[in-house]
Design a protein around this ligand. Structure first.
Ligand SMILES: NC(=O)c1ccc[n+]([C@@H]2O[C@H](COP(=O)([O-])OP(=O)(O)OC[C@H]3O[C@@H](n4cnc5c(N)ncnc54)[C@H](O)[C@@H]3O)[C@@H](O)[C@H]2O)c1
Length: 367
């Protein structure tokens, strides 16, 4: 038998920068010119963000490439499908995209996930730039290189790890974001404080009104700090084999609440109650002091996010939904529970009774 070694040890450097600012679109040309992109540029956006922002961004991109084209798709999670990927790939071929082309996502997490995935597989990989326009995309989905689409069987089941060449964030984009979408992102922002940064949690407590009033200076501080925190986690654990798991705080119950409500409960809302539920389980196990737990619940509530569940979402329905959570490994659910503000631990073996108890407390009662 002949043995042939295929040696691929040379590590590819996939480092990139995230730029965060306010009214900084004019700097886009200078920043992008440093990347020395060569070919045509394709903006992928949705019909909302095309009207609001992508047209403006296109004008700036025309300074770095002679050929800049836009592909706009309808907004919404339904677009995150393999069908959309095929349609977009065929469109790119018909528009004469080649291996030197760059795909630029302008939109929320849906557009970022679709465009990143497409960039990772189109012609076996082309350059990808992310310009996130929702708070959730700016603080979460644009950092870390997870891309993908949904299947009927569940969310994000097909995808890749593919890092962008650059992320460009202007908090001015958030000025047009509906309140509900803004709060969706706030749930993730609060999560960072609880899981890994006490000082940031205090910063949020001190700046609730300014953040809700979308004060640009406070937003730049908030978004850039969240990006740094997620950067720290991702640098340590790019492919989610360990530390990155702590980012799932609140998400175990959240996914189940979302599906039990037939996705009528928005993701950020579900994460908010999921974080309170995980905190209640931690209180029950005496992992966290009740005072810290109350502060967590209070901050979530001050931002206008829910800290209780509607009675019609039964604990049975939510608990049964847990078994479909993709974060289950080898039949074991990993729970991220707060130890104190700024620190969490990953726990297994939480009983059905503990979960039921926490959910029932959420249905009307407070901590
Ligand atoms: N890749 C990751 O690591 C990661 C992490 C978290 C979430 N996600 C994914 O992100 C997606 C959710 O992202 P999202 O919350 O940004 O939702 P989204 O992309 O659906 O955007 C929400 C809505 O806001 C509109 N919008 C976007 N920017 C706007 C702006 N500046 N002004 C006005 N309207 C604007 C969009 O058109 C859309 O209607 C989910 O598919 C989720 O799975 C991915």
């Amino acid at each position: 038998m002949t043995r042939i070694e295929v040696s691929l040890k040379k590590l590819e450097d996939r480092s990139y920068s995230i730029f965060v600012g306010h009214r900084c679109l004019a700097e886009l040309e200078r920043i992008l010119s440093e990347l020395e992109l060569k070919g045509s540029v394709f903006i992928v956006t949705d019909d909302n963000t095309n009207e609001l922002w992508a047209r403006k961004i296109k004008k700036h991109l025309e300074h770095i490439s002679e050929c800049v084209k836009t592909i706009s798709i309808p907004p919404g999670e339904e677009q995150k499908s393999l069908r959309t990927i095929e349609k977009l790939a065929r469109k790119l071929i018909n528009m004469e995209a080649d291996r030197t082309s760059t795909l630029v996502a302008v939109g929320g997490g849906v557009i970022g996930d679709i465009t990143g995935f497409l960039a990772s597989i189109f012609l076996r990989g082309v350059a990808f730039i992310n310009i996130p326009t929702t708070l959730l995309a700016q603080v979460d989905s644009s950092v870390g290189g997870k891309t993908g689409v949904d299947l009927v069987e569940g969310k994000n089941l097909v995808g890749t790890f593919y890092q962008p060449r650059l992320v460009f964030t202007d908090v001015d984009f958030l000025s047009t974001l509906p309140r509900e979408e803004f709060l969706n992102g706030m749930a993730e922002v609060i999560k960072y404080g609880i899981i890994m940064d006490y000082d940031f949690f205090e910063f949020l407590e001190a700046n609730v009104e300014k953040i809700l009033g979308r004060d640009p200076d406070v937003l730049v501080k908030t978004v850039s700090h969240c990006c740094k925190l997620k950067r720290n986690v991702v640098e340590d654990d790019e492919k989610e084999s360990g530390l990155r798991r702590i980012l799932n705080f609140g998400h175990t119950i959240a996914h189940s609440v979302e599906s039990a409500s037939n996705y009528r409960v928005k993701h950020g809302w579900a994460v908010a109650v999921g974080m309170v539920a995980a905190t209640l389980i931690a209180v029950g196990r005496e992992i966290i002091e009740p005072d810290d737990a109350r502060r967590i619940e209070t901050l979530i509530g001050r931002f206008g996010l829910p800290v209780s569940l509607p009675e019609n979402l039964s604990s049975e329905l939510i608990i049964n939904g847990l078994s479909f959570d993709k974060k289950r490994r080898k039949g074991v659910l990993h729970w991220v529970l707060p130890r104190k503000i700024g620190s969490v631990e990953v726990v297994t073996g939480i009983t059905r009774g503990e979960i039921k108890n926490a959910i029932e407390k959420l249905q009307g009662k407070s901590l």
